[in-house]
Unconditional design. Structure first.
Length: 204
């Protein structure tokens, strides 16, 4: 599996791609099974609302900090499942679609994320530059890390429950705090166990 996402761009589209150890079928199911999870993995998006409003229809609102000046978003979108991946159709925003394209690869599969801004005039594009989502490369990197971790640990029910019920709902800052607290707790437990081991070695 490659360690870095690769990003490319044209006038109307921008995309990032990376390899995973999942099969193409597993990766397609990962994308289609939990749309909310895909968006929440993006560390630049902080949600105040994410709800399903109908069959494959969603409403999300929050803050995008991928630009130096963060901006608010309030968007409705519809998900179109594809044979290998899926496509998100936005209703209001500058971005028209986001496509998650899955392809078989030599040692697993490849995921390409494509943001499409087609249909805008040059004047409108320039006027709305502050609304351009610049998070795609970082999003792809975080997705790659998450998928690797999911492949390794999703068999463990408590871990899977934590990721689905707790981690997914946390804001990006909350996840970093939770991560530090978990490691502090692990370190403290290790010190206690070391102390117990030393006690028994000396006095038992």
């Amino acid at each position: 599996m490659t360690n870095e996402a690769v990003a490319l761009a044209t006038e109307d589209t921008v995309w990032a791609a990376f390899n995973t150890s999942m099969t193409a079928g597993q990766l397609t199911r990962f994308c289609q099974d939990d749309v909310e999870r895909l968006f929440r993995i993006n560390p630049y998006l902080e949600f105040s609302k994410f709800e399903q409003t109908g069959d494959k229809r969603f409403h999300m609102a929050g803050r995008n900090s991928s630009q130096e000046q963060a901006f608010e978003f309030d968007e409705e979108f519809e998900v179109e499942p594809l044979a290998e991946g899926m496509r998100v159709h936005y209703k209001h925003g500058l971005k028209k679609t986001t496509t998650f394209q899955v392809e078989p690869a030599a040692q697993g599969s490849k995921l390409t994320i494509v943001d499409d801004y087609q249909g805008l005039s040059e004047s409108e594009r320039q006027a709305r530059l502050a609304e351009v989502d610049q998070s795609i490369v970082t999003w792809a990197e975080y997705l790659q890390r998450y998928i690797l971790t999911w492949k390794q640990w999703s068999w463990l029910a408590p871990w899977r429950w934590y990721m689905q019920r707790v981690w997914k709902r946390l804001k990006p800052t909350g996840r970093r705090i939770a991560y530090m607290l978990i490691w502090i707790t692990v370190f403290e437990i290790a010190l206690i166990m070391l102390g117990v081991a030393i006690y028994f070695a000396e006095y038992a």
